[in-house]
Write a protein that binds this ligand. Structure first.
Ligand code: NAD
Ligand code: DAU
Length: 355
């Protein structure tokens, strides 16, 4: 079996659902259900014995040691993190705690467990750390896409905490020989994404006749990858990645934020037209920029293509169509996710932004 952390969040839940669609190997899912963790994402696995959910914190060393001793996983995939840049600017503490201290505690416990494994199991064991392209910092329009050797230059408390966790992962390989793998991926989108992030926020605000907030001039560029392509990449790295290596994962799909918002609006005009005939893009509102906002990310994913044969299956056009359809077809998930805590965050983040 494998141990997955953060499996009730957006990418972790997609990963688990996709895993069980093609394999029967059990997953222990350790997640402390922060505001971003949602067991409704895994509702289809409620009676499924292959999925064992444990509510707990990756900072809790004794819990992790107990889980490793009891379940003896052949691999760990670490998705657990605080993941939203704007929240890291407002309240960085939990980012330091989970992303840095949590990764450290997980590594310490894993190191002790791995040391005691018998020779063959030790050789086969893998610790895969799921990281982000944001650790590399911001690119100008002329610079080349990030490859795996790009310098680390994180600019937000979130990306700095992820960079620190990546360094710890590397150190445990170099110093203790722990067989780690790191993936640095670009912006994901797709089913089950918490609507604090750009794409689901725009879809939900559009459908509820609210402003569509675009930070600054809307010309910041991100590389967008459909979440299920990311999940396939992670599986591939787990199967065939070389311990100690890092793999950049991206969609070869750079787009300015304003183009993303226009695309969502025009798809919604077709898939869910407004009764009064107005176009959704009339709701676009330019708002105060994010402090330290990275201008451009771009990912060079030649290494994972060359060494492991991975490429994205979806284009942005097919992926965004599927995503919008999913949000339209899953209205009860959408309603339930907008709890009191969600409303508090939206009020806090946008109250002073909306001009
Ligand atoms: P998310 O915020 O949707 O989910 C994070 C999950 O981790 C939640 O279920 C939460 O409850 C859990 N968690 C948080 N703190 C925990 C702790 N201390 N102990 C146990 N569980 C904890 O995040 P996501 O978008 O699914 O991202 C998953 C991982 O992928 C993160 O490490 C993130 O940095 C990375 N990543 C995300 C993206 C993206 O676009 N979303 C892109 C590249 C990399
Ligand atoms: O690049 C990978 C990263 O992508 C992941 O590591 C992070 O976990 C994930 O949250 C994401 O970070 P971003 O900051 O790029 O994602 P977000 O959806 O918050 O914002 C995308 C872009 O849209 C960014 O330039 C900010 C902008 N934006 C965002 C929001 C929420 C807006 O213009 N308006 C908004 O309301």
């Amino acid at each position: 079996m494998i141990l997955v952390t953060g499996g009730a969040g957006f990418i972790g839940a997609n990963f688990i659902l996709d895993w069980f669609a093609q394999a029967d190997e059990e997953i222990i899912n350790l997640d402390n259900l922060t505001y971003a963790g949602n067991l409704e994402n895994l509702a289809s696995l409620k009676e499924d014995k292959r999925h064992v959910f444990i509510k707990g914190d990756i900072c809790d060393s004794s819990l992790i040691i107990n889980l490793l001793t009891k379940f003896k996983p052949r691999a760990i995939i670490n998705f657990a993190a605080e993941s939203h840049v704007d929240r890291s600017i407002e309240e960085p503490d939990s980012f330091i705690q989970t992303n840095i201290v949590g990764t450290f505690r997980l590594l310490e416990a894993t190191q002790g467990y791995w040391d005691e494994l018998e020779k063959n199991k030790k050789k086969e064991f893998r610790f895969l750390h799921v990281s982000t392209d944001e650790v590399y910092g911001s690119l100008s329009s002329k610079e080349k896409a990030f490859d795996e050797n790009h310098r680390y230059e994180p600019n937000s408390p979130y990306s700095a905490s992820k960079a620190a966790s990546d360094h710890l992962i590397r150190a445990y390989h170099k110093t203790y020989g722990l067989p780690v793998l790191t993936t640095n991926c670009s912006n994901n989108y797709g089913p089950y994404q918490f609507p604090e992030k750009l794409i689901p926020l725009i879809i939900i605000n559009a459908l509820t006749n609210k402003p569509l907030p675009v930070y600054g001039d809307g010309q910041q560029i991100r590389d967008w990858l459909y979440v299920k392509d990311h999940c396939v990449a992670i599986q591939r790295v787990l199967e065939a990645g070389v311990p100690g290596e890092t793999y950049n994962v991206g969609g070869w799909n750079e787009k300015p934020n304003i183009d993303i918002v226009h695309t969502i609006c025009s798809l919604l005009d077709t898939l869910s037209p407004q009764i009064d005939g107005r176009n959704y893009n009339e709701q676009i509102t330019f708002v105060t920029d994010r402090p330290g906002h990275d201008r451009r990310y771009a990912i060079n994913s030649n290494k994972i293509k060359r060494d492991l044969g991975w490429e994205p299956a979806e284009t942005f056009e097919t992926g965004i169509h599927k995503t919008i359809k999913w949000y339209l077809d899953n209205q009860s998930w959408v309603q339930n996710v907008q709890s009191g805590a969600y409303r508090e965050w939206i009020d806090k983040n946008y109250k002073e932004r909306i001009l």
